[in-house]
Design a protein around this ligand. Structure first.
Ligand code: GDP
Length: 295
């Protein structure tokens, strides 16, 4: 299941690469295979149809640029369309140094949210700003300690409530008051509740109360189709997810599921997690990602 999308697209493209004759029939067949692969991965059907139309038109009508064979040209067209689907250029986390900003990290337990909060703090610190961490996950008992250890490692102030008696909103507000010297507040939220609806309601309340500069959805890059469902659930709850952070791309996972999440909620991936360490966070490069997916 894992990264079937990338595999299936690669298999389809191999039909072109290994063909002796590339004609209209073969192009149509390969596009059908790619369509199937994208739809199986839950990429939005309308988007898939538009993409395949574009690929077909270009593959049939366009002449290969100098130096590129017909085959290479078609592979290039498919690659470019996929890149376009997730945004061609790397997107920056836009922070105004003259203002205080709040970044809310949301996502399911185990996605890598707590680790990513610290990684993000580290990255912001490297940009010369003053980050602070707020531990607002009151459901996972170890979450506070984990973030405390990480914050000490990177020397970033932390606010939380180890006794877990305050509500997440109270913690966040107290944190904002206590850590006055900071200019970017990164809030680590819960990933599990007694019920899923409770979790999503809590995220909506946090958003309404805190008015964050950006809500970042953290998604486990090793997930397949579930990534899309998670993205949709959070998007329905908080409405404006500004960007996605895909974790665990240091292993064999290629992040095909994350692609479906992007297509589902129309938010760009801005960061990828590439390890368990606090420095293992990279800004996302769409072109590199697609090469890897098809690799
Ligand atoms: P949370 O429940 O969403 O807060 O998830 P955690 O931050 O506790 O992460 C869950 C597990 O995934 C931990 O063992 C992390 O070390 C691990 N993890 C998080 N991000 C990455 C990553 O980018 N790469 C790898 N290999 N592991 C990660």
């Amino acid at each position: 299941m894992l990264d079937k999308l990338g595999q299936n697209i690669s298999t389809a493209l191999n039909k072109i690469k290994s063909a002796t004759l590339v004609d209209k029939k073969l192009i149509k067949e390969v596009i059908k295979d790619i369509q199937k692969a994208l739809i199986q991965s839950d990429v939005n059907v309308k988007l898939v149809l538009k993409m395949s139309k574009d690929i077909e038109k270009k593959a049939i009508e366009e002449n290969p640029p100098k130096g590129l064979s017909k085959k290479e040209h078609i592979v290039q067209i498919v690659y470019n369309e996929l890149v376009q689907m997730i945004g061609t250029e790397p997107q920056k986390l836009d922070l105004d140094p003259s203002k205080k900003s709040i970044i809310l990290l949301v996502g399911i337990q185990g996605s890598g949210k707590t680790t990513s909060s610290a990684k993000l703090a580290r990255l912001i610190q490297k940009r010369g700003l003053k980050p602070a961490l707020i531990a607002a996950d009151v459901y996972r008992p170890a979450a506070y300690k984990q973030l405390q250890q990480l914050s000490e490692k990177i020397n970033v102030p932390l606010y939380g409530d180890e006794t877990r008696t305050k509500t997440p909103i109270e913690i966040a507000k107290d944190g904002l008051n206590k850590l006055k010297k900071a200019d970017v507040f990164i809030i680590d939220t819960a990933g599990r509740h007694k019920e899923e609806s409770g979790l999503l309601t809590e995220m909506k309340e946090l958003k309404d109360e805190l008015n964050p500069k950006e809500i970042i959805l953290v998604i486990d890059g090793t997930l397949g189709q579930q990534a899309k469902n998670q993205a949709k659930a959070f998007k329905d709850a908080v409405e404006d997810i500004g960007s996605i952070l895909v974790t665990k791309l240091d292993g064999s996972a290629k992040g095909g599921g994350a692609l479906s999440a992007v297509a589902e909620i129309n938010a760009p991936i801005k960061f990828i997690g590439t390890g368990e360490g606090v420095d293992d966070l990279e800004t996302f490069d769409p072109k590199k990602f697609i090469s890897r997916l098809l690799g």
